[in-house]
Design a protein around this ligand. Structure first.
Ligand code: GLY
Ligand code: MN
Ligand code: MN
Length: 439
């Protein structure tokens, strides 16, 4: 059986289990459709329903749908409008077509006409803000119990999904290398962004999230996505957080560079890189990801101490909660069909949640790590003035050293990792860089 066929068999078994457990008979998964700007006829970028692309490697087929009833082949309604205004994305012959009953429609209203009474026994999964989905006579719309069940299962990836994530990482690292080269050649943030996109023949709407392309102090703005047209003078540092898609699966990669050949910021990048690798090596399935996040706070305290950014012992830096001012975001998140993949806090498929630590409100993943889960590991350390303001005048902080770091913004290193029970975790990002000869 091919890897995709095995994936489909896992997905249908997961749906069988989830439907049986929540008491539903069948699903209709709507691919979604573009939304239009207010009082305008220009649509926003379309993003396919993740539960639709879970089944099919189709990301550009709005107003299509998949109907699935356990024990039967899925029926795919592929919308191919007769439209002389727009070009259609060509649907290539693909293996998926062997595994479904394919119904090509030229009008989305034909979905309901084709399914007839079956629609009344089905649950809708997807957006329904407009026709045709808004008037489907389904039994329920997006019931939380079914969504929780399906989302919980998605954390563990099939071999086909891991292949897609690997290829997404290979695409993104190719672009990262081009962006790095553009940085060292003196390009502006916009110039670097253009080099990134050109390296993988992509448009901005083909990115899974807005690339963060940040020079100097912009590196401290966690989701910086305004690109300056001129490079600053002097150029000191570059933080890039940028991804790519493959078959709808996401890469999410961060690297930090500096023009310093030696000096403390170059050393800080190297030290963070070593801590990040160490953390990945320490992962044990069965352990809570939240504990890994806390372990990184120990690392942060150590770095703050070693680089002279704070006075006092590592233990006291940690105990006072100072590390949270320098590392305010979570260590990482599940990744897959969505960059921030769903169900990061679910304890079980029944929708029970892990308890959250109020000291770490931005941590997106608190689950127990399991073989086959894919998540990011993305420690960072930044000078964020808003978070330092409450400590003004506090002599535990070495303000002179912090002033030296501020013009560099900060450092973050982010990889995607497949957890393994053997302890030999697959680092999709480093493996992809290594293929390009980059360490
Ligand atoms: N690029 C967003 C994140 O790293 O979570
Ligand atoms: Mn991330
Ligand atoms: Mn990222």
């Amino acid at each position: 059986m091919s890897s995709y066929a095995q994936h489909l068999s896992t997905v249908s078994a997961r749906f069988d289990e989830a439907l049986a457990a929540t008491g539903y008979d069948a699903v209709i998964i709507y691919a979604g459709q573009p939304r239009y700007a207010f009082q305008d006829d220009n649509p926003y970028a379309y993003r396919v329903n993740p539960l639709f692309k879970y089944w099919l490697p189709l990301t550009h087929s709005p107003q299509s749908a998949l109907y699935y009833k356990p024990g039967h082949k899925p029926v795919v309604f592929l919308y191919q409008p007769r439209d002389f205004w727009h070009a259609q994305v060509a649907i290539a012959a693909g293996e998926w077509q062997q595994h479904v009953d394919l119904v090509v429609i030229d009008d989305p209203l034909k979905i309901a006409a084709h399914l007839g009474d079956k629609l009344k026994q089905a649950v809708l999964l997807g957006e329904d803000f407009a026709e045709p989905a808004s008037s489907w006579p389904v039994s329920q719309r997006n019931p939380q119990a079914l969504l929780d069940y399906l989302h919980y299962q998605r954390a563990v990836k099939t071999a086909w999904e891991i292949d897609n994530l690997r290829i997404a990482n290979e695409r993104a690292t190719r672009a990262h290398v081009a962006a790095r080269d553009a940085f060292f050649a003196g390009a502006s943030e916009l110039g670097i962004q253009q080099a990134y996109l050109a390296a993988i023949d992509a448009r901005e709407i083909d990115m899974p999230y807005n690339n963060i392309v940040a020079l100097n102090e912009h590196g401290a703005i966690l989701h910086y996505d305004i690109y300056q047209h001129q490079a600053p003078q002097p150029v000191r540092s570059f933080l890039i957080d940028a991804g790519a898609y493959y078959h709808g699966y996401c890469a999410d990669i961060t690297r930090t560079y500096t023009t310093q050949t030696n000096g403390f910021f170059a050393e800080l990048i190297a030290a963070m890189d070593a801590k990040q690798r160490g953390l990945i090596d320490s992962i044990q399935v069965g352990q809570s990801y939240a504990d890994l996040h806390v372990a990184q706070h120990h690392n942060t305290a150590q770095l703050l101490h070693d680089f002279g950014l704070m006075n006092g012992s590592v233990e006291s830096i940690l105990a006072q909660g100072y590390t949270r001012a320098f590392f305010p975001h979570g260590l990482g998140h599940l990744i897959g069909l969505q960059v921030h993949d769903v169900a990061g806090h679910l304890k079980n498929p029944q929708g029970e949640l892990h308890e959250r630590d109020p000291n770490h409100p931005f941590l997106r993943l608190t689950r127990t790590m399991e073989e086959g889960q894919v998540f990011t590991i993305e420690p960072g350390l930044y000078v964020i003035d808003q978070l330092l303001e409450p400590y003004a005048g506090n002599t535990d902080f070495n303000w002179q050293r912090i002033d030296e770091l501020r013009p560099y913004g900060g450092v973050r290193i982010e990889d995607s990792v497949v957890a393994s029970a053997s302890g030999k975790h697959q680092n999709l990002t480093r493996d992809a860089f290594a293929k390009l000869g980059v360490r």
